[in-house]
Ligand binder design. Structure first.
Ligand code: NAP
Length: 285
């Protein structure tokens, strides 16, 4: 089995680590525009060899795992050169622009649009870890546009690495993901900014950073190169979620200014139900 991964970072790298463990006979090839990442991926055993677009004609799987703006140009080029039986999947955090970029491509039926809901705040080949996708959800969009046999091949692979499958149209994906992922990142980045700006003495932040601050600000360590194009592509949905979030923050501030502690208590109590919601998600996993 020949697997090629384009963009050997956290997601692409973690995926091929799991695939190699499941199918030790597979050869894992990598393409990355960052030569240092390519060499690092070989040294870490994330990939076996470097490859080029000329090699994709014989690929069984091509995994495109680059920032979402790059995917818009890389994906059609991949589809131009693959073989008839190659299945290509892309793992980006937005789905509508990516599905639109290939909708009229003659090889559209060799492509499956996915978004594995798994990750960490780290990037590059050294961030790749085994088992990242176990028990996690893989959102698949426009599955009907992929040849049935190739769908089956891809789904078998996703299931083998432990993922649950959820089908969604690209517009719904981008709308819902804006709330649970994109807004969470902005919230974490801006919390980090607020504290950094206020606490000029970084040692004080470090000394007082309990687990609450650390866990809330974790996502602020994420890569701006990955997140800027996500916010650009999902701008409309992200602005909507931000407006709702800002309204909630302002309302909370107004209650505090008005010394309305009963309302503040009730506000927090009503949000406590997030515990049951998140427990439900954990149990389903
Ligand atoms: P990453 O760790 O930064 O890896 C991406 C790799 O692609 C880097 O080595 C990058 O090199 C390389 N690259 C950039 N432009 C390229 C090009 N034109 N050709 C070939 N390689 C190129 O990023 P990641 O976290 O794995 O994210 C990859 C994709 O997964 C993104 O679309 C993201 O939206 C999606 N995703 C991320 C998460 C998450 O939690 N991180 C979760 C689900 C989905 P440079 O670093 O030099 O640019």
């Amino acid at each position: 089995m020949n697997i090629h991964v384009i963009g050997i970072g956290l997601i692409g790298g973690s995926m091929v680590l799991d695939i190699k463990e499941l199918y030790p006979e597979a050869t894992i090839y990598g393409i990355d525009n960052n030569e240092a990442h390519l060499q690092e991926a070989i040294a870490l055993g994330v990939i076996d060899k470097a490859s080029t677009f000329d090699d994709l004609g014989t690929a069984d799987f091509v995994i495109v795992s680059v920032p979402v703006d790059v995917a818009l140009t890389v994906l059609p080029k991949v589809l131009d050169v693959i073989g008839e039986k190659t299945i290509v999947f892309e793992v980006g955090s937005t789905k509508k622009p990516i599905c639109e970029a290939v909708e009229d491509h003659p090889r559209r039926r060799n492509f499956i649009a996915t978004h594995p809901i798994a990750g960490t705040e780290f990037s590059g080949p050294s961030a790749a870890i085994k088992g990242l996708f176990k028990g996690k959800t893989n959102i698949i969009c426009e599955v009907e546009k992929t040849t049935f046999k190739l769908q089956e091949k891809a789904l078998q692979l996703f299931t083998a690495i432990g993922m649950r499958i959820r089908y969604m149209d690209p517009t719904s994906h981008d709308k819902h993901i804006a709330y649970v992922s994109h807004l969470s990142h902005i919230s974490s980045f801006m919390l980090g900014k607020t504290v950094i700006n206020k606490e000029k003495d970084e040692q004080d932040i470090f000394d007082m950073a309990g687990s609450g601050f650390e866990s809330t600000v974790r996502l602020a360590k994420s890569s701006p190169a990955m997140w800027t194009p996500i916010f650009k592509q999902n701008k409309k949905q992200v602005i909507e979620t931000l407006e709702e979030y800002i309204l909630n923050l302002t309302q909370f501030k107004d209650l505090l200014v008005a010394d309305d502690y009963n309302a503040i208590y009730e506000e927090m109590e009503s949000v406590n139900k997030i515990k049951e919601i998140l427990n439900g998600i954990t149990i389903k996993k």
